[in-house]
Ligand binder design. Structure first.
Ligand code: CU
Ligand code: CU
Length: 395
C-alpha cells in the first residue's frame, strides 16, 4: 500500500530585517501576568525569554538577507514573531493582543486520569480527523488528530491483564495507522495503514504495566506525530500495585513546527523545521501554558502522581517540579521495579514515559516543566496549585 507524503515545505519569503523576538517577549509577558504572584517564576521566564530573544536576534543578524516581500499574514496579527534561525523562520511566541483573555477562556485538556473500564475487555475507538486545533493562545494549527480531544488523543486507562480491543476509524483524507507501545504484537498486521473512510480493529492483552505512547505509525512518521497523532495509554499495575495517591494527572509533551504564525490562518507543518528540530511551540497536552492559566490542583499534604509521556516527535522531556523533589520516580515508567527516591529531574525520552509522585505540604504554585529550558520558553510550563493561593487566576 502506498502512502501519501503530506509535508508542507515552508515558504521562505519572510522578511528577515525585523528579527524582533517580540512574540517571545509577549509570551513571557502573558505567562508573567498569569503567574504574577510567582515572582521567582516570572523572573525565570522573563530572563529566559530575554535570552532567547537575544539568541534569535543574533541568529537573525547573521542570517543571509531574505526576500524583501513582507509576509502577507502580518496585517492585523500584532505580535507575530518572525526571527530567522539558520535560514528557517521561527514563529515562536506569536500572540495576538488579547492572548491573556484567550488563555483565560480556553478550556484546558483534561489532565485528570480517567477511570479504567470494568471487565476483562477495554473497548477503545479512536477516530482520526483533519481538524484545526489551537496550540497556544490565538495560534491555530491544521492538525491530524483525534475526535473528541484533538492532540493529544484521549487518555486511555486500562488495567494490567485487560484485553484492549482497539478500533481506528480513519476520517481523514490519507492513510493513517495506530501504534501502541504497550503492545507486543506484529506491527505489520496490527499497526497497518487504514485507508480513508475505513475502520480497522486489533486486540492485545495489556500485560506490561506503565504509561506508554500511542501514535500514528504511517510514513513519514515524523509528519504524522508532528501533526498531532499521539496520546498516552496508562496500564495500571495489578500484580504489584503502586502506592495509593490522592490525585493522578496525565501529561503528554510534544513540539509543534509551524509554516506560519497561525494567527490569521491556521498554520501547517513545516517539515524542514521538524527535520531541524526547530519547534515554534512545545506544549503539555497540546497547548502552550494552558496549566499556567488553569493550574492543576492538590491540597497540602496530598500525594500527586504524574503519568508522563514524551510524544516528541523529537524532543525529550526533563521532568522537574519547581519547589520540590520527585519523592518517587519510576524511571522509563518501569513500574515493576522499585522507584528512585527524592530525585530532582528525570528524563523522559521521546517515545517513552515516566511516573512521578510528589507530596507537597506547603501551599503554593509549583511549576512543572521540562528543565530543558528552551522548551519552557516555547510553552512547556504548567502549574500545580497546592492549597488556596491568593492572587492567582482561577476559572
Ligand atoms: Cu497518521
Ligand atoms: Cu513509536
Amino acid at each position: 500500500m502506498s502512502t501519501t507524503t503530506h509535508s508542507h515545505l515552508p515558504s521562505r519569503h519572510h522578511h528577515s530585517d525585523s528579527p524582533s523576538g517580540a512574540g517571545i517577549a509577549a509570551l513571557a509577558v502573558l505567562l508573567g501576568v498569569i503567574v504574577a504572584v510567582l515572582s521567582f517564576g516570572v523572573v525565570v521566564l522573563v530572563k529566559v525569554a530575554d535570552d532567547a530573544r537575544d539568541d534569535a536576534n543574533r541568529a537573525a543578524a547573521g542570517a543571509p538577507a531574505a526576500e524583501t516581500a513582507a509576509p502577507a499574514t502580518h496585517d492585523h496579527a500584532s505580535h507575530a514573531a518572525a526571527a530567522s534561525i539558520g535560514g528557517l523562520t521561527s514563529f515562536a511566541g506569536a500572540a495576538p493582543e488579547n492572548a491573556a483573555d484567550i488563555a483565560a477562556a480556553h478550556t484546558p485538556y483534561d489532565a485528570a486520569m480517567p477511570a479504567a473500564p470494568a471487565g476483562p475487555v477495554a473497548q477503545v475507538h479512536l477516530t482520526l480527523k483533519d481538524m484545526t486545533v489551537e496550540i497556544a493562545p490565538g495560534v491555530k494549527y491544521q492538525s491530524w488528530s483525534f475526535d473528541g480531544t484533538g492532540a493529544p488523543g484521549p487518555v486511555i486507562h486500562v488495567r494490567q491483564g485487560q484485553t484492549v480491543h482497539m478500533t481506528l476509524t480513519n476520517g481523514g483524507t490519507i492513510p493513517h495507522s495506530i501504534d501502541f507501545h504497550a503492545a507486543r504484537i506484529a506491527p505489520n498486521k496490527a499497526f497497518k495503514d487504514v485507508l480513508p473512510n475505513q475502520s480497522f480493529s486489533f486486540s492485545f492483552v495489556a500485560n506490561d504495566p506503565g504509561v506508554y505512547m500511542y501514535h500514528c505509525g504511517t510514513k513519514p512518521v515524523l509528519a504524522h506525530i508532528a501533526n498531532g497523532m499521539y496520546g498516552a495509554i496508562v496500564v495500571e499495575p495489578v500484580a504489584k500495585p503502586l502506592p495509593k495517591v490522592d490525585r493522578e494527572y496525565v501529561l503528554v509533551s510534544s513540539e509543534w513546527y509551524l509554516n506560519g504564525d497561525g494567527l490569521t490562518a491556521p498554520a501547517q507543518l513545516d517539515m524542514a523545521k521538524a527535520h531541524a528540530s526547530l519547534p515554534d511551540w512545545v506544549t503539555w497536552n497540546g497547548y502552550a501554558g494552558q496549566y499556567v492559566a488553569h493550574p492543576l490542583t492538590a491540597d497540602p499534604g496530598e500525594t500527586v502522581r504524574f503519568w508522563v509521556v514524551a510524544a516528541g516527535p523529537s524532543f525529550d522531556t526533563d521532568f522537574h517540579v519547581v519547589g520540590t523533589l520527585l519523592d518517587r520516580a519510576w524511571v522509563n515508567a518501569d513500574v515493576t521495579s522499585p522507584p528512585q527516591q527524592n530525585v530532582q529531574t528525570v528524563s523522559v525520552p521521546a517515545g517513552g514515559g515516566g511516573v512521578f509522585d510528589v507530596k507537597i505540604d506547603e501551599p503554593g504554585l509549583y511549576p512543572f516543566v521540562s528543565h530543558s529550558f528552551a522548551s519552557v520558553d516555547l510553552g512547556q510550563v504548567g502549574l500545580l496549585k497546592v492549597g488556596k493561593v491568593e492572587g492567582t487566576m482561577s476559572h
